[in-house]
Each structure stands twice: as C-alpha cells, then as structure tokens.
Design a protein around this ligand. Structure first.
Ligand code: ATP
Length: 236
C-alpha cells in the first residue's frame, strides 16, 4: 500500500448516459488521511463519480486510480478491497436484525464476523443489535449502513450523503467518529448538498454542478477564489 500515492486520483473523467453528460471532465486528487467534502445539488453527479471510483460505472473517458491502481487495470481488485462505501440509499432487509444484517454484509465482503458487534457499538446501535431492522428509524438505518461501510477496515471511505436522516446530535457523533477514523489514517470522501454541514468539518471541499467541478480547495481558499459567498457559488 504505497503511502506516497494519493488515495484517489481522477483524471479527465467523463460519464455520458445517452445524451446526458453526468460527469463532465473531472480532475481530482484526494490525499491520504484527508477528509474531503463533495458538495452539489441532486443530479450534480456525486453518486455517479463515486460509482466510477468503485468501478461500478465505467467512465466514458478518462482515468481513475485508487491507491495508484487503475479502475480498469489488473491491480484494481486488490485496491477495491480497501474501499468502504455507503450508498445514498442503502438496501436493508427488514426481517433481519442489525447484527444479522452486518453478518450478511461481512460474508459478502469476506470481513471477519467478530467485527460486527464492535461496529454496531461504534455507531451507537449496540442496544438495538437484536431488533429487526423493520423497527429502526431512518437515522438508525443510516448508522447501520455506515457500520456496513466500515466492515473490513477500509483505508478509504466513500460516504454518499451519510447524515441524511440523522438528528443534530447524531450528526455531531458521526463527525466525531470520522475524525477518529482520520487519526487512524483513513481517507474519507463525503457528499452532501448542505454546505453549512460540511464547511467546518472537512479539510478540503469541491463544488460539483452539472458534472463539472466549479471550485476546489480549503473552505477559506474557496471563499477567496470564488469572491462571493459560498452559498451563492453553490446556486451556480
Ligand atoms: P443525488 O444526490 O440526487 O444522487 P447526484 O449528484 O449524486 O445527485 P447522480 O446520481 O450522479 O447525481 O446523477 C447525475 C445525473 O445522471 C442525473 O441527471 C441523473 O439523472 C443521471 N443518471 C444517474 N444515473 C443514471 C443512469 N443509470 N442512467 C441514466 N441517467 C442517470
């Protein structure tokens, strides 16, 4: 796992869905140990970009590297194992308990089953481990999805709107967990459409609109670069 290589590198990436240009020439480098925020409205292309990094959606053009391994190359299977992914709408089976759910995902990923109760505790679901997911609130389901993303101790986390459905206290707890993971060397890319939530909590931020990066940098650099309130930049 060469530590001098960026965690993620996206070079001139494009994705067309028929006539729709969902990802329109993106260049992006996420360094190891960074918390990187990706902000944009619905339809901006955030989820598509994540799926391209995961190798789930092939790029129409351009290149994507995970720890230096091309998504299209031979080394990607090994690199892929170090990626943890929380999809925007995590699919859960209502009849399974929280613990059974994690066991299910652990088997799929080849992660150790002993991790499951530890991760449930980490996301604050230890008490609910044996309750059916049917009885979980939206926030609990989201936290279970996050625990699923942590299975296998990934080096890079791709979190698609992870705080969707969480109450303010749960959001604070969630970011505290992210900072702890960061101290353990984990790289985190997190999407949101709420600028206020991300801007104080990420190391760098990119603004994505209609498939293009409108701006990229630290929150302070973006304020200077765009010479307008960031909230306004976001409406572009
Ligand atoms: P959201 O927060 O709503 O998920 P997003 O920024 O993640 O928004 P994407 O889901 O990446 O945006 O979608 C980008 C554009 O690509 C949208 O216009 C969407 O309708 C379109 N799109 C996404 N997936 C497909 C697909 N499989 N086929 C056709 N069009 C798609």
């Amino acid at each position: 796992d060469p530590s001098d290589l960026p965690a993620i590198e996206v070079r001139g990436a494009h994705k067309h869905y028929g006539a729709l240009h969902a990802v329109d020439g993106i260049d992006l480098r996420v360094e190891r140990g960074e918390i990187f925020g990706l902000i944009g409205h619905n339809g901006a292309g955030k989820s598509t970009l994540f799926k391209m990094i995961l190798g789930l959606v092939p790029a129409t053009r351009g290149e994507i590297l995970v720890s230096g391994a091309s998504v299209h190359g031979r080394g990607f299977r090994a690199a892929r194992r170090h990626l943890g992914y929380l999809p925007e709408n995590v699919v859960l089976y209502d009849n399974l308990s929280g613990l059974e759910t994690l066991h299910f995902f652990a088997r799929l990923k080849g992660a150790p089953l002993q991790q499951c109760p530890v991760l449930l505790d980490r996301v604050g679901l230890a008490q609910a481990a044996h309750r059916a997911v049917r009885e979980y609130s939206k926030g609990m389901r989201q936290r279970l999805g996050f625990a699923q993303a942590l299975l296998g101790t990934p080096r890079v986390l791709l979190l698609d709107e992870p705080t969707n459905g969480l109450d303010p206290q749960a959001i604070r707890d969630f970011y505290a967990t992210l900072r702890k993971l960061q101290t353990e060397g984990v790289t985190i890319i997190i999407t949101s459409h709420i600028l206020a939530e991300l801007q104080e909590r990420v190391d760098r931020l990119a603004i994505l609109a209609t498939g293009k990066l409108q701006a990229l940098g630290s929150v302070q650099a973006l304020r200077e670069q765009t010479q307008m309130p960031l909230t306004f930049a976001l409406t572009l």
